[in-house]
Design a protein around this ligand. Structure first.
Ligand SMILES: Nc1nc2c(ncn2[C@@H]2O[C@H](COP(=O)(O)OP(=O)(O)OP(=O)(O)O)[C@@H](O)[C@H]2O)c(=O)[nH]1
Ligand SMILES: [Mg+2]
Length: 623
């Protein structure tokens, strides 16, 4: 007779290999909207949520980073190991829900065999059963359940109807349930033990799973083109290029709509209030500042739409594979690709995604260069300047010149990241050979509209939240500085010349004059440290106060009349490198484990920005 223990399950942890659908399952169970994506390493943090079973009980669900073994090698895997082995008292699970990708059972079962050793109450979910069935893979869940001595259910995280069995099981478990009591025999497996575990997993597969005679090789056929060293790179470049064209070509109508919306509100307020301090605060400050940033939302969304579609399709891991050779040459780990790619959205998730890199040297290099990737906060700055100074010509009949310049700015960011990695490799870690790169390529999947829309909505919310908080606050500060003290009665200059902003600007200007920055730009740079797009808001506010209300929201036109081309180019160069916002610096400090790294990255980026602007400015002047 087995020794048993009676207990009601209250907290369940989701454990499984990367990309097996844990987060999709977590979202399905808890109604959350955590990020899922068709590549390994999406989740690097543990996330909690509450699931309400059909029987009306509530269960706490913990989503964890994916791992192939409890033999944790990287910081994200350590989180999973620690939760599974009860090393995090606040997260101790009553039950482990082992999640397996039913189309990829070898590595899944090896982990399950390891989880069995921990002696913890365990349930196996065969996720992605829809795809497995479609491919003709037959899995005998009863046989598996008998072999492993644990409940086994099939599920599809993205189809409600195919979640019923799992819900029913969860309901049962949430009642007082009898579990076989088992010892914790887990110890960190050696290479030999891992091989034994794999043999055990293969034996399970042989007994309970039948594969079709003719396997589906669509993925292999597509990959023969997309992973080709030449054709693959060409496809990658084309895709990226199309993305930048789209950013410029598709965004204009919605942008105009947003701008005219803000314009109308501004005019309305002017009519209602008449000129005065309150009117100036609302129109020149809040609306000019926040409106000038919000109008760039369409561009940011188009960019994300592309990235999300590619992520869901399963293309990102391929791109990483293609770039591995180039990245390896400059001392970047192949696994750095996804963190760097995430940094196109924002350096913060990018730096966090570097947790998937097990080797400290490679992780630090990735963290150092991640902020050089063009984050979405730079999109408003780039597009503002490009639209104002670069003519909307077509090159070779169909390429937009503006899109080309944008592509170029991104390319410079990427190339300098490669350059900095090379320097870091030479200076800091001269002799260590690069470890081999192993990355599982996910199967291609049709992007799920729902995933994409949810992720886009999350972006919209984050952006509007920033606009309403950081950007708005900074706009108020700038408006205050640019309005007070007010001009004397016998003033000869526009009022702003007598303000604090002008004083601060003139104080900083001598430092920035060699790179062609005006005093207005100098003031705008300071709040830009809070978040980069604040610079656009600050310029909007400064110039609208200076130029009268009609200048509000027409920042681009104002800049075109006030700046020279060399100044504009120098400003662009500055923002390729300009030190990251304060939140990024804080994340670097936390993830790298020390303020030293934060100051290092702040310092080197500031130096690069200054040098790059100086060179660009003087070359442009000479030409
Ligand atoms: N067709 C189908 N797709 C699924 C299913 N579950 C997840 N997916 C998709 O599989 C991909 C990976 O899902 P995630 O939930 O991000 O995987 P994860 O296990 O959390 O991955 P990591 O966080 O990287 O460890 C996503 O594109 C999901 O939409 C399923 O049951 N059926
Ligand atoms: Mg996940």
């Amino acid at each position: 007779m087995l020794d048993t223990t009676k207990q009601a399950v209250r907290r369940i942890a989701l454990v499984g290999a990367p990309n097996c659908g844990k987060t999709a399952l977590f979202n399905a169970l808890t109604g959350s909207r955590q990020k899922v994506g068709n590549y390994a390493g999406v989740t690097v943090e543990r996330k909690k949520g509450v699931a309400l079973t059909p029987g009306g009980r509530s269960l706490e669900i913990v989503d964890l980073p994916g791992t192939y073994s409890l033999r944790a090698r990287s910081p994200d895997e350590e989180i999973t190991r620690d939760v599974v082995l009860d090393r995090r008292p606040a997260d101790t699970p009553d039950l482990l829900l082992a999640v397996a990708d039913a189309t990829n059972l070898r590595s899944a079962f090896r982990l399950v065999c390891e989880l069995v050793q921990t002696g913890k109450p365990l349930v196996l979910v065969l996720n992605m059963i829809d795809i497995a069935r479609h491919r003709g893979i037959e899995i005998e869940t009863d046989a598996l359940s008998r072999q492993l001595g644990i409940p086994v259910v099939a599920a599809c995280a993205v189809r409600r109807a195919q979640m019923a069995d799992l819900w029913q099981l969860l309901d049962q478990l949430s009642e007082t349930h009898t579990f076989a009591k088992r010892e914790n025999n887990w110890s960190e497996p050696s290479a030999t033990q891992l091989r034994n575990l794999q043999r055990e997993a293969d034996r399970l597969i042989a007994q309970a799973v039948r594969y079709p005679e003719k396997p589906d090789n669509l993925t292999t056929r597509i990959d023969s083109v997309l992973l080709h060293p030449v054709a693959g790179l060409l496809v990658l470049l084309t895709v990226l290029f199309l993305m930048f064209q789209a950013v410029f070509d598709w965004a204009q109508p919605p942008m105009d709509l947003i701008t005219s919306g803000f314009d109308t509100i501004g005019t309305l307020i002017q009519h209602l209030l008449g000129p005065g301090l309150v009117e100036s605060f609302l129109v020149d400050g809040a609306i000019a500042g926040v409106g000038s940033v919000v109008s760039f939302l369409p561009q940011i969304l188009i960019m994300f739409l592309f990235i999300l579609l590619l992520e869901d399709l399963g293309y990102m891991a391929r791109a990483a594979f293609l770039m591995d050779r180039i990245m390896g040459g400059v001392g970047l780990h192949g696994r750095a690709f996804i963190p760097l790619l995430s940094s196109f959205a924002c350096a913060i998730p990018g730096i966090m995604a570097a947790r998937v890199i097990d080797n400290r040297r490679d992780r630090m290099t990735t963290i150092l260069v991640a902020p050089l990737m063009t984050c979405s906060a730079r999109i408003p700055i780039y597009t503002l300047i490009i639209a104002a100074f670069i003519p909307a010509h077509r090159v070779a009949g169909f390429l937009s010149l503006q899109g080309l310049v944008m592509f170029g700015l991104y390319a410079v960011g990427i190339v300098s990241a490669l350059g900095v990695s090379l320097v870091a490799k030479l200076i800091f870690w001269r002799n260590q050979p690069a470890p081999p790169f192993m990355l599982e390529l996910p199967d291609y999947k049709l992007p799920r509209l729902k995933n994409v829309l949810i992720a886009l909505m999350t972006r919209v919310k984050m952006f509007l939240h920033r606009a309403g908080t950081t950007i708005f606050t900074m706009t108020v500060v700038i408006w205050f500085l640019a309005t007070f003290p007010m001009a004397p009665a016998n003033a000869t200059q526009p009022a702003i010349f007598y303000s604090f902003a002008a004083m601060i600007g003139h104080l900083i200007e001598p430092l920035l004059a060699p790179i062609g920055f005006t005093w207005q730009m100098s003031v705008a740079l300071v709040p830009g440290m809070a978040a980069r797009e604040v610079v656009v808001a600050a310029l909007g506010t400064v110039y609208s106060i200076q130029g009268g209300a009609d200048a509000a929201l027409q920042v681009g036109h104002v800049l075109a009349s006030q700046w020279t081309l060399p100044t504009a180019l120098s400003f662009l160069a500055w923002y390729i490198f300009a030190p990251q916002c304060t939140s990024t610096l804080a994340v670097i400090k936390r993830e790298a484990g020390g303020a030293r790294w934060m100051w290092l990255s702040f310092g080197y980026m500031l130096a690069l920005a200054y040098v790059a602007s100086f060179i660009v400015y003087h070359i442009a002047l000479a030409v």
